[in-house]
Design a protein around this ligand. Structure first.
Ligand code: SF4
Length: 363
């Protein structure tokens, strides 16, 4: 008999048990039936896992001890461990999660009045090689599984106050989400279920570097996810320098795929534009961007980059960001400047996993 009190995450990893969070409610019901357990118990377990935010089997006090032991012998609770938990002065919180194979991934919760947004990762590392991005410095190691993507959400959810709820999810952490659609989409599907988070697709934003075929694939699945395309440059020459994967794609093709996304879903696409001092932030760049986006269903989100000392890239000044924004707004392109969140814990865009990578590079 397994003593659930002694049953740790590492035990579960060594035993290679599947995580309970990987199971949908019908799958858990089937597991119950297969083990001669009444089907309604699955609903009870689910209530503990999601609205009740349980952190261990022993908290599930309305389940018979025998069932809790059976669950502990069959499933791991979390498959990741919290390696570090940082809290910034603006209450942004960042988790560094250690995965079962000792790889690391990060996820973040950001707070604003009436809004609690989480940012999750989809890959260990990233193959896209954007020059300003600390997350992709060491290249791609592997895709995250559906369970690992979901587990970031359940881990972050357990950081919230009792009355606090996740209101928005952005898939903008480490990795290129559309390069791991096969695992991402089932994870998002689980969020829609009434017994989990009951989360509408419009409150989920998927960010991409701009993979046209994958954008079209996403457009055809019949969901209305918000799509954010990381453009970062207004001509192909510069974009290929900043976002090397652009070399074989080209901005035009991305814009056409984004228009297709709008036609299929009715969702206007957001273009993310990281402002890099002296690289892509001149009035001329802004005017080129106007030419590209005019008459398209576009919204531009300017991201004041946090300086990354390791990469020797500086962020644009507030004044430069405002001038850039005015040029776009004056041309009728709705443009916002994103607020910096969590800068003091490296939780800002492009900084996830920086300290770990920094350690590796500095040896
Ligand atoms: S910005 Fe995004 S797509 Fe580019 S390297 Fe970083 S994680 Fe990958």
């Amino acid at each position: 008999m397994i003593d659930t009190k002694e049953f740790t995450v590492l035990d579960a990893m060594e035993l290679k048990l599947p995580t309970i969070f990987a199971l949908s409610l019908p799958e858990l019901e089937q597991w119950c039936l297969d083990h001669q357990i009444k089907k309604y118990r699955a609903g009870q377990i689910y209530r503990w896992l999601f609205p009740m935010r349980a952190k261990s089997w022993e908290e599930m006090t309305d389940l018979p001890l025998e069932l809790r032991e059976k669950l502990a012998a069959s499933f791991s609770f979390f498959t990741s461990e919290i390696e570090s938990h940082q809290i910034a002065s603006d209450r942004t919180e960042k988790l560094l999660l250690k995965l079962h194979d000792r790889e690391f991934v990060e996820c973040v919760v950001m707070r604003e009045p009436n809004r609690t947004t989480i940012c999750i990762s989809t890959q260990v590392g990233c193959a896209m090689g954007c020059v300003f991005c600390a997350s992709g410095l060491a290249g791609l190691t592997r895709n995250l599984t559906t369970a690992e993507i979901l587990e970031q959400i359940t881990q972050l959810d357990r950081l919230l106050d009792e009355q606090e709820k996740i209101t928005n999810i952005v898939v903008m952490g480490i990795g290129e989400p559309l390069a791991n659609l096969a695992n991402l989409l089932p994870a998002l599907e689980r969020l829609h279920e009434g017994k989990t988070f009951n989360f509408g697709s419009r409150r989920i934003t998927i960010s991409t570097v701009g993979l046209p075929e994958k954008i079209r694939e996403l457009a055809r699945i019949g969901k209305r996810y918000s799509l954010a395309v990381s453009l970062h440059a207004s001509n192909d020459k510069l974009r290929t320098e900043i976002v090397p994967v652009n070399k074989n794609i080209g901005i035009r093709e991305i814009l056409e795929a984004a228009e297709y996304y709008f036609e299929q879903t009715g969702r206007r696409v957001t273009y993310e534009y990281v402002l890099l001092s002296g690289i892509n932030d001149s009035p001329r760049d802004a005017k080129q961007l106007v030419t590209l986006l005019k008459n398209r269903h576009a919204h531009v989100n300017l991201i004041p980059m946090n300086a990354i000392s390791l990469l020797d890239i500086g962020g644009s000044s507030q004044e430069t960001a405002r001038t850039f924004s005015h040029i776009l707004n004056d041309a009728g392109i709705v443009t916002t400047i994103r607020k910096r969140k969590g800068a003091d814990i490296d939780a800002a865009c492009g900084q996830l996993r920086l300290p770990k990578i920094h350690d590796q590079i500095k040896g």
